[in-house]
Design a binder for this molecule. Structure first.
Ligand SMILES: NC(=O)c1ccc[n+]([C@@H]2O[C@H](COP(=O)([O-])OP(=O)(O)OC[C@H]3O[C@@H](n4cnc5c(N)ncnc54)[C@H](O)[C@@H]3O)[C@@H](O)[C@H]2O)c1
Length: 259
């Protein structure tokens, strides 16, 4: 059961323990900052060497406890280590923001199967590996928890040259629904946030020149999203304010998928 808790609309996370996978940059770093601003202790988990630098900066700025853990989500031992280190540092895990990401664009008739598999291994299987490890920790704790995976507008609409990426993100939508169904009895909410193009390393890699101009013209808001706008949606789904939302994939796309 996911219990009713009286909420205030303050989105308070004081004393909670959060893991942000993909937290050393882009949307993940913005999410980690927002969690810290709301009082959560945060583990920055990422492939990048800069995990500790990011963690130290956030601790200094927001006065919460943080750790940085280097982790490749395609490796089970790395994921288990990240969960263990978080429990060691903060005592438990209450929130997971799960957003490691890989994209490489190619036409469906030309894309290498190895590149398709890389998308699936990081964006889908890697994301599930983290969900499973964290959910087992949450189940052991017996206090429920919140899991939010960052998916994509590609869940809802076909985007040119995005076949590998879309296959991986669509898999996560299915995973979110099944995990939400199975883990509700443990008080765990599982949701997705599906952004349009966001101004990050990944956003810039995929959208340059004329395709960028054409894409912006198709978005009713007439711009790409900023990282804090996506982090705010992740924060909402990480709080008791969203206790009655589970199995959802919340679009944050400036209206792009209205069409
Ligand atoms: N930027 C966009 O336009 C956009 C749009 C929709 C969805 N997204 C999704 O948002 C999420 C965050 O991406 P972002 O835009 O902040 O880009 P980003 O490149 O800044 O962040 C992705 C992070 O994932 C980490 N990562 C990659 N492979 C990993 C692995 N194997 N193990 C652990 N960490 C790994 C990277 O080091 C990086 O810090 C991704 O899941 C991405 O698919 C991004």
């Amino acid at each position: 059961m996911i219990d009713y808790k009286k909420v205030t609309g303050e989105f308070d996370l004081t004393g909670k323990s959060a893991i942000v996978v993909g937290g050393a940059g882009g949307i993940g770093e913005a999410t980690a900052e927002m969690y810290a601003r709301k009082g959560a202790n945060v583990a920055i988990v990422d492939l990048k060497d800069t995990v500790t630098d990011v963690a130290e900066r956030i601790a200094k700025e927001f006065g919460v406890k943080t750790i940085g853990v280097k982790c490749d989500v395609t490796k089970q031992e790395d994921v288990d280590n990240a969960v263990a280190k978080t429990v060691e540092a903060f005592g438990e895990v209450n929130i997971l923001a799960n957003m490691p990401g890989f994209v490489e664009l190619e036409n469906a008739e030309d894309i290498g199967i190895d590149i398709v598999e890389k998308h699936i291994n990081i964006n889908a299987v890697g994301v599930f590996r983290v969900c499973q490890a964290v959910a087992n920790q949450m189940i052991k704790q017996g206090k429920g928890g919140k899991i939010v995976c960052v998916t994509s507008q590609a869940d809802f609409i076909a985007i040119d040259k995005h076949v590998g990426y879309t296959m991986s993100k669509a898999a996560v939508v299915g995973m979110i629904k099944v995990c939400a169904l199975e883990w509700a009895e443990f008080g765990i909410n599982v949701n997705g946030v599906a952004p349009t193009v966001v101004n990050t390393y990944m956003g810039e890699k995929a959208w340059q020149g004329q395709v960028k101009i054409d894409m912006i013209n198709k978005i009713p808001a007439h711009r790409f999203a900023e990282t804090d706008e996506i982090a705010a949606a992740v924060l909402f789904l990480s709080c008791d304010e969203a206790n009655m939302i589970t199995g959802e994939d919340l679009v944050v796309d400036g209206g792009f998928t209205i069409y």
